[in-house]
Design a protein around this ligand. Sequence first.
Ligand SMILES: [Zn+2]
Ligand SMILES: [Zn+2]
Length: 250
Amino acid sequence: MRVTFPGVGEAFDETLPNTCVLLEAGEDSALLDCGFTAAHAFWACAGAPLRLGAVWVSHFHGDHFLGLPLLLLRFWEQGRTAPLVLLGPRGVGELAVRAMDMAYPGFRARMRFGLDVREMEEGRPVEAAGFRWTCAPGDHGAPCLAVRVQARGAAVFYSGDGKPTDATLALARGADLVVHEAYALDAETPGHGTVAGAIDFTRRARARRLWLVHVNREVRRERRRELEALLRDAADVEAFLPEPGDALAL
Ligand SMILES: [Zn+2]
Ligand SMILES: [Zn+2]
């Protein structure tokens, strides 16, 4: 499986596209989260954007789902006919419809492809778009689902927003790659993870590789040295702070 990061930013970061993760396994592909600024970034990174099979929405904050209207509109504009799988918490299908109708009234009726909506629940894995999807709730200001996505013998864990919970730790166990939000460096921030916490989480999940996303823009710019020292000191965890466009093969 190839994992690409079109965006790695948090909601307010004016220099980095919103965090989103592109998974590609052979002909199958999926995008994890699609915030305000993610659709353009996805299009710039994906080898075959029109063939995207699925979009995962972790929760209903704009930096995680409000890029959907632009994504859907561009699929329409480029003549897509294949259905798109949309996975996420309960209500994700209704939310996508409302967002689309608000952003581009009347266009939904002209789209020649449908949305295949899969509302996810903890403990109920779903097979869709060539991947196996399993979820668990994190600790965030809005209900948020972390997800484990598996294909071709590889497993990727993505936290969405939120602090780790016992359920997300179980979900991440033994994953080949943990993608975790770390809004703060080490200070406790309600409903968000930290760099130090994500390293500890990865270690406890017995997953060796951690890519940090959604890091607070000021931490990223002004406390970079401290951040990099934490990553270096992680030792038994390969912790990395990706830039937009970075990718790895699992
Ligand atoms: Zn959020
Ligand atoms: Zn966010």
